[in-house]
Ligand binder design. Sequence first.
Ligand SMILES: [Zn+2]
Length: 170
Amino acid sequence: MVHVLPREYVSGESIHYLGKRYRLKVVVEPASAAEAKLRGAFVVVNVPCHDVDQIRACIDTWYRERAREVFAIRLNVISEPLRWVREVPSFRLQFMTRQWGSCSPSGRLTLNPRLVAAQREAIDYVLLHEMCHLKHYNHSSAFYRTLTLYMPDWERVKARLDDQADIFLR
Ligand SMILES: [Zn+2]
Protein backbone atom coordinates (compact mmCIF):
# COMPACT_ATOMS: atom_id res chain seq x y z
CA MET A 1 0.00 0.00 0.00
CA VAL A 2 1.27 3.44 -0.91
CA HIS A 3 0.50 6.55 1.14
CA VAL A 4 1.14 9.98 -0.35
CA LEU A 5 1.57 12.54 2.38
CA PRO A 6 2.28 16.24 2.31
CA ARG A 7 5.40 17.48 4.13
CA GLU A 8 3.89 17.85 7.57
CA TYR A 9 6.73 17.26 9.95
CA VAL A 10 9.49 19.27 8.34
CA SER A 11 9.49 23.01 7.95
CA GLY A 12 7.87 24.14 4.70
CA GLU A 13 6.57 22.17 1.76
CA SER A 14 8.50 23.88 -1.02
CA ILE A 15 11.74 22.59 -2.46
CA HIS A 16 13.67 25.12 -4.53
CA TYR A 17 15.89 24.07 -7.40
CA LEU A 18 17.53 26.39 -9.95
CA GLY A 19 15.25 29.22 -8.86
CA LYS A 20 12.04 27.28 -9.36
CA ARG A 21 9.70 26.07 -6.67
CA TYR A 22 8.81 22.40 -6.56
CA ARG A 23 6.50 20.64 -4.15
CA LEU A 24 7.70 17.89 -1.90
CA LYS A 25 5.78 14.64 -2.16
CA VAL A 26 6.57 12.00 0.42
CA VAL A 27 5.73 8.47 -0.66
CA VAL A 28 5.82 5.92 2.16
CA GLU A 29 6.27 2.40 0.91
CA PRO A 30 7.69 -0.21 3.28
CA ALA A 31 9.77 -2.00 0.65
CA SER A 32 11.21 1.10 -1.00
CA ALA A 33 14.76 2.37 -0.73
CA ALA A 34 15.03 5.92 0.62
CA GLU A 35 15.62 8.35 -2.24
CA ALA A 36 14.50 11.66 -3.72
CA LYS A 37 13.75 12.30 -7.40
CA LEU A 38 12.53 15.21 -9.49
CA ARG A 39 9.21 14.32 -11.15
CA GLY A 40 7.53 17.15 -13.01
CA ALA A 41 6.52 19.80 -10.49
CA PHE A 42 7.43 17.53 -7.57
CA VAL A 43 10.43 16.37 -5.65
CA VAL A 44 9.29 12.87 -4.78
CA VAL A 45 10.86 11.30 -1.71
CA ASN A 46 10.39 7.57 -1.30
CA VAL A 47 10.91 6.27 2.21
CA PRO A 48 10.11 2.98 3.93
CA CYS A 49 8.48 4.83 6.84
CA HIS A 50 7.57 8.42 7.62
CA ASP A 51 10.75 9.42 9.39
CA VAL A 52 11.47 13.15 9.26
CA ASP A 53 15.23 12.70 9.61
CA GLN A 54 15.29 10.20 6.78
CA ILE A 55 13.21 12.46 4.54
CA ARG A 56 15.53 15.37 5.25
CA ALA A 57 18.58 13.16 4.59
CA CYS A 58 17.09 12.10 1.22
CA ILE A 59 16.55 15.71 0.21
CA ASP A 60 20.08 16.66 1.27
CA THR A 61 21.53 13.79 -0.74
CA TRP A 62 19.48 14.92 -3.73
CA TYR A 63 20.72 18.51 -3.32
CA ARG A 64 24.31 17.27 -3.19
CA GLU A 65 23.88 15.24 -6.40
CA ARG A 66 22.22 18.14 -8.23
CA ALA A 67 24.83 20.58 -6.91
CA ARG A 68 27.77 18.40 -7.95
CA GLU A 69 26.49 18.24 -11.51
CA VAL A 70 25.29 21.84 -11.89
CA PHE A 71 28.36 23.45 -10.26
CA ALA A 72 30.76 21.39 -12.41
CA ILE A 73 28.98 22.53 -15.58
CA ARG A 74 28.81 26.20 -14.54
CA LEU A 75 32.45 26.25 -13.32
CA ASN A 76 33.52 25.13 -16.77
CA VAL A 77 31.50 27.87 -18.46
CA ILE A 78 32.60 30.60 -16.05
CA SER A 79 36.28 29.64 -16.11
CA GLU A 80 36.47 29.81 -19.89
CA PRO A 81 37.18 33.58 -20.21
CA LEU A 82 39.23 33.88 -16.99
CA ARG A 83 42.84 34.09 -18.07
CA TRP A 84 44.25 33.35 -14.60
CA VAL A 85 42.43 30.02 -14.42
CA ARG A 86 44.49 27.42 -16.25
CA GLU A 87 42.58 24.46 -14.98
CA VAL A 88 38.98 24.38 -13.78
CA PRO A 89 39.35 23.86 -10.03
CA SER A 90 37.81 20.93 -8.24
CA PHE A 91 35.47 21.68 -5.38
CA ARG A 92 34.05 20.03 -2.33
CA LEU A 93 30.50 20.33 -1.09
CA GLN A 94 29.61 21.23 2.45
CA PHE A 95 26.29 22.28 3.94
CA MET A 96 26.83 25.64 5.63
CA THR A 97 24.31 27.77 7.48
CA ARG A 98 25.47 31.25 6.45
CA GLN A 99 27.82 30.89 3.51
CA TRP A 100 27.47 29.97 -0.14
CA GLY A 101 31.08 29.25 -0.78
CA SER A 102 34.66 29.85 0.19
CA CYS A 103 38.11 29.67 -1.33
CA SER A 104 41.15 28.64 0.71
CA PRO A 105 44.56 30.33 0.29
CA SER A 106 45.66 27.23 -1.65
CA GLY A 107 42.77 27.72 -4.08
CA ARG A 108 40.47 25.02 -2.82
CA LEU A 109 36.79 25.76 -3.37
CA THR A 110 34.11 24.76 -0.92
CA LEU A 111 30.53 25.22 -2.07
CA ASN A 112 27.23 24.95 -0.27
CA PRO A 113 24.94 22.41 -2.01
CA ARG A 114 21.93 24.59 -1.11
CA LEU A 115 23.16 27.14 -3.62
CA VAL A 116 21.67 24.87 -6.30
CA ALA A 117 18.26 26.07 -5.03
CA ALA A 118 19.01 29.50 -6.48
CA GLN A 119 18.68 30.88 -10.00
CA ARG A 120 21.51 30.06 -12.39
CA GLU A 121 22.72 33.66 -12.42
CA ALA A 122 23.08 33.54 -8.61
CA ILE A 123 25.06 30.30 -8.87
CA ASP A 124 27.25 31.91 -11.51
CA TYR A 125 27.76 34.96 -9.30
CA VAL A 126 28.96 32.87 -6.33
CA LEU A 127 31.22 30.73 -8.52
CA LEU A 128 32.67 33.80 -10.22
CA HIS A 129 33.22 35.50 -6.85
CA GLU A 130 35.23 32.49 -5.64
CA MET A 131 37.13 32.25 -8.94
CA CYS A 132 38.11 35.91 -8.60
CA HIS A 133 39.70 34.97 -5.26
CA LEU A 134 42.12 32.79 -7.22
CA LYS A 135 43.44 36.10 -8.61
CA HIS A 136 42.88 38.38 -5.61
CA TYR A 137 42.85 36.69 -2.24
CA ASN A 138 40.97 39.56 -0.57
CA HIS A 139 38.02 41.88 -1.13
CA SER A 140 40.12 44.76 -2.43
CA SER A 141 38.94 47.24 -5.03
CA ALA A 142 41.00 45.26 -7.54
CA PHE A 143 38.97 42.17 -6.63
CA TYR A 144 35.70 44.02 -7.24
CA ARG A 145 36.98 45.50 -10.51
CA THR A 146 37.73 42.00 -11.76
CA LEU A 147 34.35 40.69 -10.60
CA THR A 148 32.54 43.60 -12.26
CA LEU A 149 34.44 43.09 -15.50
CA TYR A 150 33.07 39.57 -15.84
CA MET A 151 29.63 40.17 -14.29
CA PRO A 152 28.69 43.87 -14.59
CA ASP A 153 25.37 43.43 -12.75
CA TRP A 154 26.66 41.27 -9.90
CA GLU A 155 25.24 43.67 -7.27
CA ARG A 156 21.68 43.12 -8.53
CA VAL A 157 22.22 39.35 -8.60
CA LYS A 158 23.74 39.36 -5.10
CA ALA A 159 20.89 41.51 -3.68
CA ARG A 160 18.33 39.06 -5.04
CA LEU A 161 20.24 36.08 -3.66
CA ASP A 162 20.57 37.79 -0.26
CA ASP A 163 16.79 38.37 -0.24
CA GLN A 164 16.15 34.67 -0.80
CA ALA A 165 18.92 33.32 1.42
CA ASP A 166 16.61 32.50 4.32
CA ILE A 167 14.42 30.38 2.07
CA PHE A 168 17.27 28.58 0.33
CA LEU A 169 19.35 27.97 3.47
CA ARG A 170 16.44 26.69 5.51
ZN1 LIG B 1 34.90 36.67 -1.13
